[in-house]
Ligand binder design. Structure first.
Ligand code: ADP
Length: 336
């Protein structure tokens, strides 16, 4: 999946390159910078001394030393001074320049911390928004997997209001799914008592020997419906999007998309199906149809399902916002 938000310590990320939120001296500091230098060992500082510092928004490369990554990309984020001093442009440049360096080194996987969102004071929600937008934009042009490593649970770009609305939506759906009022219970018991033979019936015994395949059954199997991948490709054509536009909007890698395209009977995961539903802006009924092709349904007993349903039913097909909300509610994210 091209962009993933994960909660982790960046020094543990097994990727080609991690990005360090450094200061202009590049000689180490607190926060994530300190953690990276501690984990990498003294070799990193020795190499940093040779680099002559780094200006805000720029990025420089070193080896990874004792870290599990090949490279560390050091970038210097802006100090927050109220938002009118070019902070956003500088922060955008940090992500772009770091990603560009990673691509030049043929990296396939890169992990970022939330640059400037610590002692440099950039408001976390806005820092996350800049990170997601800049990375997403870069990934429209380049094949790369980028991890945004978040340390802090309270990093939401979704507003308090949206958070409350989704929470209420989840509660309502949960209540519906778990309602088992006395009236319903007694109705069920009454039905069971009136038809004891149905409810007590044992499962039919297995046939002692395998029967010859019924030709009608064979015929029925041959007349199988359109598969998931067929339906997906048809819907992409109908949408007027190119394949690449669609899988990028779905936050799906080209590799996974090629697998789906080349295998008529590919069984995708539920987050993959929903990512395509969002990318294709499918309404609820068509989303259910696409899910059904892959053997899934939306359940009101699952927070993940309810959150995705919330966005689709509100006509909001911004996959970044859906993923931010899923992240805020501790659910797995949409995409490959
Ligand atoms: P800056 O000076 O750019 O603000 P900081 O290191 O103070 O840099 O903080 C940047 C972000 O990195 C903050 O959101 C902080 O919570 C996070 N952070 C701190 N340590 C780690 C770590 N080990 N792994 C990932 N993120 C971290």
């Amino acid at each position: 999946m091209p962009l993933q938000m994960v909660r982790n310590d960046i020094t543990r990320m097994q990727v080609d390159a991690i990005v360090n939120a450094a200061n202009p001296t590049l000689l180490g500091g607190g926060g994530v910078d300190g953690a990276i230098h501690r984990a990498a060992g003294p070799g990193l500082l020795a190499e940093c001394r040779t680099l002559g510092g780094c200006r805000t928004g720029e990025a420089k490369l070193t080896g990874g030393y004792n870290l599990p990554c090949r490279y560390v990309i050091h970038t210097v984020g802006p100090i927050w001074r109220g938002g009118q001093q070019g902070e956003r442009a500088a922060l955008t440049a940090c992500y772009r320049n770091s990603l560009q360096l990673a691509v030049e080194q043929d990296c396939e996987t890169v992990a970022f911390p939330l640059i400037s969102a610590g002692v440099y004071g950039y408001p976390k929600a806005e820092a996350l928004q800049v990170a997601v937008e800049t990375i997403e934009e870069f990934l429209q042009q380049q094949e790369l997997t980028v991890y945004l490593v978040l340390f802090d649970r309270t990093v939401y770009t979704i507003s308090e209001q949206l958070h409350r609305e989704i929470a209420a939506f989840i509660d309502d759906r949960y209540v519906e799914a778990h309602t088992d009022s006395r009236a319903e219970q007694s109705r069920r018991i009454a039905i069971q008592q009136s038809c004891p033979e149905v409810f007590a019936a044992p499962m039919p015994a297995a046939a002692p020997s395998a029967p010859a395949v019924d030709p009608d059954l064979l015929q029925a199997v041959r007349q199988m419906d359109e598969s998931f991948s067929q339906m997906l490709l048809r819907k992409i054509d109908e949408s007027g999007m190119t394949d690449a536009q669609c899988y990028k909007r779905a936050n799906i890698s080209r590799k996974l998309f090629s697998k789906i395209r080349s295998d008529l009977h590919y069984r995708p995961s539920k987050p993959t199906v929903l990512a395509f539903a969002i990318a294709l802006r499918l309404p609820m009924d068509q989303t259910r149809e696409l899910l059904c092709k892959a053997g899934f349904a939306l359940s009101h007993s699952s927070k993940f399902d309810i959150i995705v349903e919330y966005f689709i039913s509100h006509g909001n097909y911004d996959i970044c916002q859906v993923n931010e909300a899923l992240f805020a509610f501790d659910q797995s994210l949409l995409g490959g």
